[in-house]
Design a binder for this molecule. Structure first.
Ligand SMILES: [Zn+2]
Ligand SMILES: [Zn+2]
Length: 215
């Protein structure tokens, strides 16, 4: 296969992994609640805690923040092997997807915490920059859901994908985007969120917007 063809296919897989991670993130933020069966306590609560205390999950281990993605990734690998379509594209997709939360975590860490390699990859826009991810954490926290690269979000925001999907869902089911209790004026903070308030130092402005060193 031609090298350019391989690179273009790899780029397609990367964009797909980022897009699907964004779709899952959007579903969690927009329609998941703490009362959602099974997923509520396992996935939605940590997500809501993250909106209140963005730096909290930087103290979690890879296993603590990625076990659910690893489980899904193993199911995809198993399913693809069973169907006889376990190509390098599937491996790359799963490798990226199971690390989506880790890349997200790097967006909340300082350059010193991330080290030179990750900071370099962020500076080159190969990994999502903290500056772009900070747009998701801007009230009302309903934009820039994709966590892996800087490439997908601007396109989705340009075409207004998320509000259009939400309008469609509301028209067919009546369900609307859940109010985020971490938004200003959106009611009291739940006690199970407050218990996660720990003295985790905030990322410095420099770490969020520091000058790039990518050549
Ligand atoms: Zn979110
Ligand atoms: Zn975040």
């Amino acid at each position: 296969m031609h090298t350019l063809q391989i690179l273009l296919q790899a780029l397609g897989v990367i964009l797909l992994a980022d897009f699907l991670a964004g779709v899952i993130h959007w579903l969690e933020d927009a329609y998941g609640t703490e009362e959602t069966p099974v997923l509520g306590p396992l996935v939605i609560r940590p997500n809501i805690v993250h909106h209140h205390y963005p730096r909290f999950f930087t103290k979690l281990t890879w296993w603590q923040s990625s076990w659910d993605l690893l489980l899904i990734g193993m199911l995809i690998i198993g399913g693809a092997a069973w169907a006889g379509v376990l190509t390098w594209h599937v491996w790359l997709f799963v490798l990226l997807s199971i690390n989506a939360n880790q890349v997200h975590k790097w967006s909340h860490q300082t350059r010193a915490e991330n080290g030179r390699v990750v900071s370099f990859l962020q500076d080159c826009w190969i990994l999502q920059t903290p500056r772009q991810h900070a747009l998701h954490h801007t009230d009302p926290k309903n934009t820039y859901y994709c966590p892996i690269t800087n490439l997908v979000n601007p396109t989705l925001e340009f075409i207004g994908l998320w509000p259009k999907l939400e309008a469609l869902i509301e028209a067919f089911t009546g369900a609307t985007h859940r109010a985020d209790s971490s938004n200003r004026g959106e009611g009291p903070t739940p006690a199970w969120v407050i218990e996660h308030r720990r003295p985790v130092p905030a990322a410095t402005p420099t770490s969020l917007t520091g000058p790039g060193s990518c050549p």
